[in-house]
Design a protein around this ligand. Structure first.
Ligand code: NQM
Length: 358
């Protein structure tokens, strides 16, 4: 810990999200004490998070806790925490593929990994899900290089590329089926790193072309989405999801531009301004399996390149390309991997002072 009240912290943009990154040893190990501290650091609960680091939206109210890993073939452990904005909640049931983009650079900055040469290849255990990801990014003088020519939709300008690869461990379809009837709608329950429910927009009273603001303002659509989500949670092995941030519900419709499929993602109560990395990976994998709700509306690119099929997932601010490999084993169990391009940027490094306890 830095000083009597201050905590060592780095703020990074990871992909299209932003979060506070901590070394595990700099925050309490005990969950209640850790969560209390993080709520006071982020300024929650408060719709504006005016007294803390949070940016008044779930996409900017995120925390990553990183430590050296004791697992074989893994460099660092990454625990993701979703900090409630206007609720005093700290969720551990999901991971975040966007914040994952900042984990490798943060680990190098804090000396948690040894690197040399002009590229780092960091193996990261996603503590929330048990998955393992590989992050590859450029180095300069032994430190992460943030500037570069890569661009991702939803972030202005360009930055250094970060390649993220993950997946392959868990079955793709938690119920073993490519579609299920949930709350009276035919949906696909799929998990390629993020548990999501793929739904046809018309089944929840939407078109799939709405802006996030319009969807958020439509209480009928939101009610139908939540009805599906609450019923899907137990079927996906997540138990009662009323107080959880997973599964995410994703409306899938035919592409509006040159992509494979168009999406609107509920995360789960606000609507994403783009789409999460692992959500897109789950959508992309879903597209590849005949009979899913997404396959039925998608436009597939030609060919099957050896390094995976690059699927352009359209979202409200552009596209996110997810390169997926999907296959069924002898027992008919589908598994998938994904690779995505992200960028990240160090915004500040220093000491954060939590709001005092009230
Ligand atoms: O799906 C938001 C984000 C995410 C998740 C959310 C994500 C992913 O930061 O990989 O990154 O789940 O609320 O975009």
């Amino acid at each position: 810990m830095a000083g009597a009240d201050g905590v060592r912290c780095m703020l990074l943009r990871g992909g299209t999200s932003k979060g506070a990154y901590f070394v595990a040893g700099d925050v309490p190990a005990e969950a209640d004490a850790r969560d209390d501290l993080l709520l006071r650091i982020m300024g929650s609960p408060d719709a504006r998070q005016i007294d803390g680091l949070g940016g008044a939206h779930p996409l900017t109210s995120k925390v990553a806790i990183v430590s050296r890993s004791s697992e074989p073939d893994v460099d660092v452990d990454y625990l993701f925490l979703q900090i409630g904005v206007d609720e005093p909640t700290v969720g551990t049931t999901q991971t975040c593929g966007n914040l994952l983009a900042g984990v490798g650079p943060f680990a190098v900055e804090r000396g948690l990994v040894d690197v040399d040469g002009d590229h780092a290849v960091i193996r990261i255990r996603l503590v929330n899900t048990g998955d393992v990801a590989t992050a590859t990014f450029p180095l300069e003088g032994g430190m992460p290089r943030y500037d570069g020519e890569a661009s991702i939709d939803g972030v202005p300008g360009t930055a250094a590329p970060i390649e993220l690869e993950s997946g392959g461990i868990r079955p793709l379809f938690p119920t073993g089926k490519v579609s299920d009837v949930v709350a009276g709608r035919t949906v696909t329950l799929v998990d390629n790193g993020m548990p999501v429910v793929l739904v046809r927009p018309e089944d929840v009273g939407a078109t799939g072309a709405e802006t996030p603001d319009l969807l958020e303002a439509d209480t009928d659509v939101r009610g139908a989405v939540e009805e599906v989500r609450l019923a899907a949670g137990p079927l996906m092995g997540l138990g009662d999801v009323a107080d959880q941030t997973v599964p995410k519900v994703i409306l899938v419709s035919p592409p509006a531009a040159q992509g494979a499929v168009s999406t609107r993602a509920f995360i789960p109560h606000r609507v994403h301004s783009s789409i999460g990395v692992l959500m897109a990976a789950s959508v992309a994998a879903g597209i590849c399996v005949p009979g899913t709700v997404a396959a039925d509306v998608a436009r597939m690119p030609a060919g099957e390149p050896a390094d995976g099929l690059a699927l352009d997932v359209e979202h409200p601010s552009g596209i996110l390309t997810s390169r997926v490999r999907v296959a069924a084993d002898d027992q008919g169990v589908w598994r998938a991997t994904s690779a995505s391009l992200r960028t990240a940027r160090k915004i500040f490094d220093g000491t954060v002072f939590p709001r005092p306890r009230r």
